[in-house]
Design a protein around this ligand. Structure first.
Ligand code: NAP
Length: 521
């Protein structure tokens, strides 16, 4: 049997008492390590994090906590090679795709370390100015923000074991809230290894960061008032989490990042250069991390008359994608994370194909250095709806997320029609717009901003510097309304709101003046 990864709870490394669940290499099919949380005293784990970790973090100022993030970052920067090895073995990703997760996570942590320095040597934040409550200016109201006196439980998805940890943990720890992370079982190894490196280096106070690998059984039962729950994963699991009795009974604040049918929209009248930018971005987004990105482009909205030409251009790019073993230098796209995901992608494709036709068939890609009977690899598939009328008739492209290298071309009649079709996604994480008419781009962005967490505009002037449709930058909001889960993460210092409680203090002006902390260093 392979090694069982230890959990870190109550300030100690503890191995579960069961046989555990095996994590496998999705390309070679071999067992790598096991995870198990059987027999852990979860009540003690949560109490230790909540009380010991919470008290230690709250005793520090924002600047001091920013220092903790910086120290954790330094520890992990020295271990990048080990992280890449784990990602290749456990996620089946090529180097560039592993970088999005690993270096993306470290970058995000570093950004919060920097942002924390701007908050000063203080222990609470102010929200807005004091306002009068009546005619007399002597009695006023001012809002304060204090770190929540609970623990933040993170339940994460399999596709970002590194970034998913730090994009949540950085703002939580900076806020002064201890963290318990439960990574998705399939790829828990990288999360566990990063936590282990940081804990073993002794750079965080005891109880500030815990990791529980394996089953989620019993975790939500531990939640109490003032605890926080941040979930990333499928809409089905999100529904269970939202309605969990401990969540509803204790009004636990919940953030949900769920699945999403993100769009790329080529605006009417787009130049040849803009068409080219759309084609490149779609092909890239379909193949990065084998399409296992919650922000990946799933629906490509194009003017009806240009659909044929665009289908050919995207297909030509996809045809060049070499798929297979990420250890082979010639391979550009690695594996899906597991056989279950491969089956789910095949089933999803079959469902979409009942309403769309195949423009580029991923099944035709020969695998490089990988046995098709074992490896969870699949080539990229571009589907298409025949014309604008077919776009009206088809519903699955707007409702079914295939979590793999799959996108569908959706022809539209005019801008109004495109907007209607995009809105049929019921709320998404991101939409990207392609064109060169600044007025049209601005008005399209404002039309879509209420149903998207982010609108990403790729005009020719920013072609070389734009950060990518699917890349989540810590400076910008991540999350989306409706089926995307209704959550909000990142967005710079806005992320700290989730981990703070806001209260109004009503008092004399002299008392309120004392709330104002010293100016930032
Ligand atoms: P999932 O099956 O919903 O699992 C997500 C997490 O929930 C895992 O840690 C899983 O643990 C845990 N879980 C499963 N059942 C649970 C329960 N009853 N109670 C508590 N926790 C439970 O999702 P996934 O397959 O890992 O991730 C893929 C999905 O995530 C896609 O739909 C994708 O769009 C979405 N996603 C969204 C974002 C975003 O930011 N919006 C980012 C990444 C992914 P186990 O692994 O142990 O089962």
């Amino acid at each position: 049997m392979t090694e069982r990864l230890a959990n870190h709870v109550c300030g100690r490394w503890q191995t579960g008492s069961g046989a555990g669940t095996a994590l496998t290499d999705p390309v070679l099919g071999t067992e790598l390590v096991r995870v198990d949380a059987t027999g852990l005293d979860l009540a003690a784990a949560f109490a230790y994090a909540r009380h010991t970790g919470g008290a230690a973090l709250r005793a520090l100022s924002y600047v001091q906590r920013a220092g903790l993030l910086e120290a954790a970052l330094k520890v992990m920067q020295g271990q990048r090679d080990a992280y890449y090895e784990i990602a290749t073995a456990n996620s089946g990703t090529v180097k560039n795709d592993s970088a999005i997760d690993i270096d993306g996570g470290l970058f995000t942590l570093g950004q919060y370390a920097k942002m924390g320095l701007t908050l000063g040597d203080r222990h609470h934040l102010l929200d807005g100015e004091a306002v009068r409550l009546g005619k007399d200016p002597l009695f006023q109201s001012r809002h304060v923000l204090l770190p929540s006196r609970g623990v933040a439980l993170f339940i994460n998805a399999f596709n970002f074991p590194a970034w998913g940890l730090w994009e949540k943990a950085a703002p939580a720890l900076l806020s002064g809230v201890p963290v318990i992370i439960k990574p998705a079982t399939a790829t828990a190894w990288l999360t566990q290894r990063m936590v282990k490196d940081v804990i073993d280096a002794g750079v965080l106070p005891p109880g500030a960061l815990s990791v529980i690998c394996g089953s989620s059984n019993g975790l939500l039962d531990q939640l109490q008032p003032f605890d926080l729950l941040s979930f990333t994963g499928s809409a089905e699991t999100a529904e269970l989490i939202r309605s969990h009795p401990a969540v509803t009974r204790h009004s636990v604040r919940v953030n949900i990042e769920a699945d999403s049918l993100n769009s790329a929209w080529l605006l009417p009248g787009a130049s040849a250069e803009s068409v080219d930018l759309l084609v490149k971005e779609v092909a890239r987004e379909m193949t990065v991390k084998s399409g296992q990105k919650c922000t990946a482009i799933r629906r490509v909205l194009v003017p009806e008359a240009q659909a044929g030409q665009i289908a050919e251009a995207i297909s030509a790019r996809l045809a060049k994608t070499t798929v297979g073993n990420p250890r082979n230098e010639s391979v550009r796209m690695g594996a899906l994370v597991s056989r279950a995901q491969l089956n789910s992608v095949r089933e999803g494709l079959a469902l979409l194909k009942q309403q769309a036709h195949v423009l580029h068939d991923g099944a035709a890609h020969a695998l490089v250095d990988a046995d098709p009977a074992v490896a969870c690899c699949v080539g990229p598939t571009l589907l298409g709806l025949k014309d604008a009328a077919a776009s009206d008739a088809a519903d699955r492209v707007h409702t079914h997320e295939v979590f793999g290298p799959v996108a569908t071309l959706v022809p539209y009649r005019d801008a109004q029609h495109a907007l209607e079709l995009i809105r049929r996604g019921q709320g998404s994480l991101v939409a990207s717009l392609y064109g060169q008419d600044e007025a049209a781009l601005t008005s399209a962005a404002l039309e879509l901003a209420d149903s998207h967490g982010r609108v990403h505009i790729i005009s020719p002037d920013v072609a070389a510097i734009q950060t990518g449709h699917g890349n989540v930058m810590p400076q910008s909001l991540h999350g989306g309304p409706g089926r995307a889960g209704g959550g909000e993460e990142l967005g710079g210092l806005r992320a700290l709101n989730f981990y703070h409680r806001r209260a109004a203090v009503q008092a004399s002006t002299a008392v309120l003046d004392r709330l104002a902390p010293p100016a930032a260093a």
